[in-house]
Design a protein around this ligand. Structure first.
Ligand SMILES: Cc1cc2nc3c(=O)[nH]c(=O)nc-3n(C[C@H](O)[C@H](O)[C@H](O)COP(=O)(O)OP(=O)(O)OC[C@H]3O[C@@H](n4cnc5c(N)ncnc54)[C@H](O)[C@@H]3O)c2cc1C
Length: 480
């Protein structure tokens, strides 16, 4: 019997498989054979490189020679064009088939077995049970721990799936070529444009090749019917202003195709002996360009949970609780963020497509939080002295968190009106900071020094961000 069986060899499955194999487990990834149809080009923003470095695969990614991108060019909510270079570093525009093959190869070279076929969920007593179908036979598969990384298909995940309130979204996409390249501020940029009842998106794979998609709501977008996908696709292009001008040059070389892009989450992300990682559990809006990163980080956390389950039976419940809370929190954070973008569109476009998608989130919430942290930071900077105390009801208690390859219990802050437990922010250990702040440093620089003596030293901007966040959230109160 395998220690861990992973369903699906996309970014989540390959990441979890590689890590668990590196940590000495017998792992198999059961995945569908590569789809012969073209795969979508996707954008991986610069912060994904930090994750690649953490996972030790940065050189392999660089070696693959993916087209590098420097930012986005955006026409959103009827505003003028915004050229947004990434503040630091570059990202990659990847053809997903190639990217996925690379990650799967890395998992294999770390010792994970990879088998091609189709996995089915079968009813039975106890936890989820699966069977694996190859050309020759269909066999039951048993594992000490099962990770569903099958993406939107959700072999196990489907049973736990909750569709988000707003209606379905479909991506209509095709591949464009223009031998002379397009006239753009930066040819490597992802392009995004909102229009009356949908939005358009384009990722380049080279100077002369771009994937172009239109995100439409079949229930809301006014679409051309009965004249085939080509007419429907071109009718969406005609609704845009900037895209229409740009893609008047070049030709639609392949496609269009349709792809489901509707949002969903999970009632539960794990249970005894299994978990749902990446899109098998929940997906985020493609507008964010963080789907792949989110899936890989979820797989890393999933691998840590599986490792803890396999090696530390006493910590099993704690590990599952950690994963459940983490995935839910991450999903809520992304939903809030994309809701804010859709609200910005709704304000201008006033169409149900935008209003429905903006409803999910509390746009003001995220913005207000950032404003409050900034204001707290400014106030701290102006003060000649501080006198901080912990607010009533704020307590420190042991909560599950990741340490290396395992889930452990460590101190975290619980505060009234603040969702979830707070342990680290910008590498600063918040419970320790609260404790030191209460001991009475009257100057911020003294508190900074005291923190750096007591804990792993952090940079001053990180320290100030963490301190300001504690004040902004009302966890620390300044009596000075
Ligand atoms: C239109 C659109 C545009 C997007 N653009 C971006 C972008 O620019 N940047 C970005 O980061 N993200 C983007 N995303 C999101 C991104 O595609 C996903 O978040 C990401 O692929 C999730 O990775 P995963 O490994 O969880 O799942 P997947 O990538 O879906 O991998 C699942 C794997 O499981 C396999 N599988 C499925 N069912 C079975 C079965 N029954 N048996 C065996 N194997 C099975 C599949 O073959 C596949 O290999 C976009 C999504 C959409 C819809």
């Amino acid at each position: 019997m395998f220690d861990a069986v992973i369903i699906g060899g996309g970014p989540a499955g390959a990441t979890a498989g590689r890590l668990l194999a590196q940590w000495g487990h017998a792992v198999v990834i059961l995945t569908a054979p590569a789809d012969p149809r073209p795969t979508l080009a996707e954008c991986l923003p610069p912060s994904t490189r930090k994750l690649f470095r953490f996972l030790g695969i940065q050189d392999d990614i660089d070696g693959a020679g993916f087209y590098r991108t420097n930012g986005n060019t955006v026409w959103w909510g009827g505003r003028r064009r915004r050229v947004e270079p990434y503040p630091a570093g570059f990202g990659y525009q990847v053809p997903r088939g190639e990217f996925d093959r690379l990650l799967l190869g890395l998992a294999q070279s770390a010792g994970a077995q990879v088998r091609f076929g189709k996995v089915f969920s079968v009813p039975g007593e106890g936890g989820p049970r699966i069977e694996f179908q190859t050309a020759a036979k269909r066999v039951p598969v048993r594992a000490r721990f099962l990770l569903d990384c099958s993406g939107r298909a959700g072999v196990i995940g489907r049973r736990f799936r909750v569709r988000q309130r707003h209606p379905r979204t479909v991506a209509l996409w095709g591949v464009w070529r223009n031998d002379e390249g397009w006239k753009l501020p930066d040819p490597s940029h992802t392009l995004v444009e909102s229009y009356g009842d949908g939005w358009a998106w384009s990722v380049p794979l080279a100077r002369d090749v771009r994937h172009v998609a239109f995100m439409v709501g079949p229930g809301e977008t006014q679409m051309v019917r009965g004249q085939g996908p080509g007419a429907r696709y071109r009718a969406e292009l005609a609704k845009t202003a900037a895209f229409r001008r740009i893609f008047a040059r070049g030709a639609l070389e392949r496609g269009p195709w349709g792809r489901d892009a509707s949002l969903y989450t999970a009632r539960s992300f794990c249970g005894p002996g299994f978990l749902l990682a990446g899109d098998a559990g929940a997906c985020i809006d493609p507008l964010s360009s963080f789907g792949v990163k989110k899936a890989m980080v979820s797989a890393w956390a999933g691998a840590v949970v599986a490792n803890t389950w396999l090696r530390k039976p006493a910590m099993r419940e704690t590990a599952l609780r950690y994963f459940e809370e983490r995935e839910r929190q991450v999903q809520e954070d992304y939903a809030r963020q994309s809701g804010a973008w859709f609200r910005a569109g709704a304000a201008r476009q006033g169409h149900p497509f935008w209003e429905h998608r903006g409803e999910e989130a509390d746009a003001a919430n995220g913005r207000m939080e950032m404003d409050a942290v900034r204001a707290a930071l400014e106030a701290l900077r102006r003060k000649s002295s501080i006198h901080l105390r912990r607010a009533d009801g704020v307590r420190t208690e042991p909560r599950p968190g990741i340490e290396g390859r395992e889930i452990v219990l460590r101190d975290a802050l619980m505060a009234p009106g603040v969702a979830g437990a707070l342990d680290f922010l910008a590498n600063v250990h918040l419970p320790r900071l609260v404790e030191l702040a209460e001991r009475g440093s009257s100057q911020v620089p003294d508190l900074y020094e005291a923190y750096n003596r007591a804990c792993a030293p952090v940079a001053l901007p990180d320290f100030l961000t963490a301190l300001a966040a504690l004040v902004a959230k009302g966890i620390l109160i300044d009596r000075a």
